[in-house]
Design a protein around this ligand. Structure first.
Ligand code: GCU
Length: 419
């Protein structure tokens, strides 16, 4: 087992837990995957989907907090000549207020200057700050709070790029700016630390104090974890994007890499305004089947990132196959809207084949709506896209959003949106 989290505190005990993960296809114990129980799409939307979302909330993510009492969008900077005139850069501060408390999310939006009518937008959260993902030097540097090292943890600080790290590889290639503009689509992002600092004790600098207190967060009663907080952020981003006059509110895409891919799926499952949901290398609690015991297991999630989920998740640690829901049902909750699943060939922890099979097993939910779901049942060769309402590609390379993935995703969007 390679050490994905190589750091000085990688103790023998942690190594033992890593070694216990199954990475051998031949050693996967027999498993079953739950399918739809409804007879039609309308029946599914009326009863089964709400019941499934409740089960996912109770066992894994917790409920996404409500919208908040006040929401304002203030454009604080605009430049019509970004990317050598290819796009207009707009920076918007989203003010979220509730019960006398306020939090601010900083959105960076690029609108292509060559466009016809209202344009679709590709929104994703970023890990390192808005300025880190773009070669456009004019982007505001948003302040960051540094977090102390936790004993026995690889988290040293908030990991935002400093002022001098513009752009920061590999952040920049995750946005495919020029590729997206060339198709006539807009690009938008917010740093996920604005919503919830990815740290077990990040509560006070997150949006969660708008809704409940820290004591509750640290207790067994915690109503949601960081994934639901970030999903809330994706929803507030959609609220903001819907108000921008150049954008087409019926063609909003959200995407996320890894923990944010898990988040994108959870947000997409809950919010019907999202037309296309993209999960990139999302793995466990994302697009990978949980009942297929392969790759990263629940133990590993709980060990490193207990703040992502609700305390009830603990009862499935080392009992992954007993969780009453599987991730194909989460994608089923997005049906019949569009989904794109991206894997990477060397991302064995995220179980690329399990992500593909999750799309196959989500297809029966799409069939309830007279749709196809994933356009194939054979695991495709690397860099070869599959179409359908659920698209899939396994990009060659490691745990990342690859340029070939962007090309495939944009072809998929063109196919569905430029008929
Ligand atoms: C860790 C975590 C994964 C997650 C990944 C990421 O590896 O265990 O579940 O997908 O971080 O977000 O990069």
């Amino acid at each position: 087992m390679t050490k994905r989290f190589a750091h000085e505190n990688f103790s023998e005990d942690i190594q033992r837990q890593a070694d216990q993960m199954n990475l051998d296809e031949a050693a996967i114990p027999p498993y079953t995957v739950p399918g739809p129980r409804s007879v039609s799409g309308s029946d599914f939307l009326l009863k089964e989907r709400p019941a499934l979302l409740k089960e996912f909330a109770e066992n894994i993510y917790g409920e996404i907090p409500p919208r908040c009492q006040e929401l304002d969008f203030q454009t604080v900077a605009e430049d019509p000549d970004a990317f050598d005139g290819l796009a207009t850069r707009r920076e918007i501060v989203i003010r979220c207020a509730q019960n006398g408390k306020a939090r601010f999310l900083n959105m960076l939006l690029y609108i292509p200057n060559r466009r016809e009518g209202k344009v679709p937008v590709f929104f994703g959260m970023n890990f390192r700050g808005n300025h880190a993902g773009t070669r456009d030097q004019g982007v505001r540097y948003t302040i960051s709070k540094r977090y102390p090292t936790l004993d026995n943890s690889p988290r040293k600080c908030d990991n935002r790029a400093s002022e001098t790290e513009r752009p920061m590889p590999p952040e920049e290639k995750r946005w495919g700016h020029e590729k997206v503009f060339a198709r006539g689509y807009a690009v938008a992002t917010i740093c996920y630390w604005d919503v919830y600092p990815d740290h077990p004790y990040g509560f006070n600098d997150s949006i969660l104090p708008l809704f409940f207190d820290e004591k509750t967060f640290l207790s067994e009663e915690r109503p949601c974890g960081a994934i639901s907080a970030w999903a809330w952020g994706y929803q507030r981003a959609v609220d903001c994007l819907e108000t921008q006059p150049e954008l087409d509110r019926s063609r909003i895409c959200i995407h996320g890499l890894s923990r944010l891919g898990k988040t994108a799926l959870w947000a997409g499952a809950n919010d019907p305004r999202i037309a296309l949901t993209v999960s990139c290398c999302s793995g466990t609690l994302g697009a990978k089947l949980s009942h297929r015991y392969m790759g990263e297991d629940f133990n590993w999630i709980q060990l490193w990132n207990p703040h992502w989920v609700v305390p009830a998740f603990r009862k499935y640690v080392n009992h992954d196959r007993e969780i009453p829901v599987d991730q194909n049902q989460l994608i089923g909750c997005i049906a019949p809207r569009l989904v794109y699943i991206m894997s990477a060939s060397e991302d064995e922890y995220a179980d690329p084949k399990g992500e593909f099979l999750c799309g196959v097993e989500a297809s029966p939910f799409y069939k309830l709506f007279g749709a196809e779901g994933m356009g194939g049942t054979e695991f495709p060769p690397v860099d070869t896209p599959l179409s359908g309402e659920i698209g899939y590609i396994c990009c060659s390379g490691g745990h990342d959003f690859h340029p070939v993935g962007w090309d495939a995703l944009l072809d998929f969007a063109d196919h569905h949106w430029k008929k």
